[in-house]
Design a protein around this ligand. Structure first.
Ligand SMILES: NC(=O)C1=CN([C@@H]2O[C@H](COP(=O)(O)OP(=O)(O)OC[C@H]3O[C@@H](n4cnc5c(N)ncnc54)[C@H](OP(=O)(O)O)[C@@H]3O)[C@@H](O)[C@H]2O)C=CC1
Ligand SMILES: O=C(CO)COP(=O)(O)O
Length: 331
């Protein structure tokens, strides 16, 4: 990572928009890739993202927009990947330039489907990116609150201490504080799992369970998460840090959480397709639960909450009886 580096944001959704807001507060110019040319044209005319966080105004003279991913990769040294995990490979299909030598930051809170590996490992394995040229963004941070400049904390997981500190500088504003950690994989797994537990919380809300039960569900989710992460990615970490417990809490309780909303709709009896269409945004936990379930076929960690969400979403088990059964084993 050079001192004067070009920054590229890849993705056109709400988190990409929030990250671009932060970057635009700290950098004069940056590049922004989004897949749809019409979105770019409308963005330039309106001076805001037409579909996500329209309250965030941008100085579009300082942004180079691209609908071709290769142009951003060619021009930039630091690349922020901010597309939902189920579409990552699709975006990369059109990439013919190497990523080796670039600094890759994953802001994706999910696992690469089919491969069932963390996004960081996917770039290392398939794109020859070195481990010290990768970072993972975590923490309890909803795009909507960043857009409103409500004080938020982001954790940068990066093996390379110096690069982690540089990224922290790039991200620090009067409304964003940054914590640097070395735990790329723990942040990757927890960021995926907390979405699954937020869906579970939403399902219970949709079924009209109350706050008392939700608190029990989230406490048990935290224990389940801890058992899984200790086995799959053993290292010394404090799971009460905001990148872990904090992200679980905000996703399970915030009114901005898409995963929770998706769960509420499933609990109310909407079909999966109707719930997905109704949101207009992506609930990563729907994809994450399948990835973790498949990963756990190897590790065999006891994960009744994950299994319950999986059985509702992928095995068409009746949601009310699944939660009733789950409620008998939680404590
Ligand atoms: N939103 C948040 O608060 C946070 C999100 N994240 C993570 O950021 C990542 C990106 O999510 P986010 O920005 O929230 O996304 P959003 O849910 O806001 O937007 C969905 C994005 O997915 C794209 N998309 C939808 N369908 C397809 C498709 N079939 N093929 C390709 N792209 C498609 C959309 O593009 P189009 O508009 O062109 O349809 C849009 O860019 C996720 O991993 C999420 O977990 C992390 C922290 C906070
Ligand atoms: O990761 C997030 C908050 O930290 C966003 O969660 P949702 O995708 O559920 O909105």
């Amino acid at each position: 990572m050079n001192n004067a580096c070009e920054i590229g944001i890849l993705g056109g959704g709400s988190w990409a928009t929030a990250i671009s807001k932060i970057i635009s507060d700290n950098c004069l110019n940056f590049h922004w890739y989004m897949r749809r040319i019409e979105q770019i044209e409308e963005f330039k005319a309106l001076k805001h993202n037409p579909f996500y966080l329209p309250n965030v105004k941008f100085d579009i003279e300082r942004i180079s927009f691209h609908s071709n991913i290769n142009e951003v990769v060619e021009k930039c040294d630091i690349l922020f990947f901010v597309v939902p995990s189920p579409f990552l490979k699709q975006h990369l299909q059109t990439l013919y330039l190497p990523l080796k030598g670039k600094f890759i930051v994953s802001a994706i809170k999910g696992i690469v489907p089919d491969e069932n590996i963390l996004v960081s490992d996917f770039f290392i394995k398939n794109y020859d990116v070195s481990v010290d040229s990768i970072a993972m963004l975590g923490g309890p941070c909803h795009a909507e609150e960043v857009s409103l400049e409500r004080l938020s904390y982001i954790t940068v997981g990066c093996d390379n201490e110096e690069y982690g500190q540089r990224l922290a500088k790039l991200f620090t504003t009067n409304y964003v504080k940054v914590i640097v950690s070395k735990d790329i994989s723990g942040i990757g797994y927890v960021s995926t799992l907390k979405n699954v537990y937020a869906i579970a919380a939403g399902i219970c809300q949709g079924l009209k369970y109350g706050d008392n039960f939700r608190a029990v569900l989230i406490s048990n989710s935290m224990m389940e998460l801890e058992h899984f992460v200790k086995i799959v990615s053993p290292m010394s970490r404090n799971l009460y840090d905001s990148a872990y417990l904090g992200d679980l809490l905000v996703t399970a309780y915030s009114r901005f959480s898409r995963n929770q909303l998706f769960g509420i709709m499933i609990g109310k009896g909407y079909s999966i397709v109707a719930a997905q269409m109704g949101m207009g945004m992506v609930a990563e936990g729907y994809f994450g639960v399948k990835c973790i379930k498949e990963i756990n076929n190897t590790y065999r960690v006891d994960m009744p909450i994950l299994d319950a969400v999986y059985s509702v979403l992928y095995e068409k088990k009746p949601v009310r009886s699944v939660v009733q059964k789950l409620s008998r084993i939680l404590g």
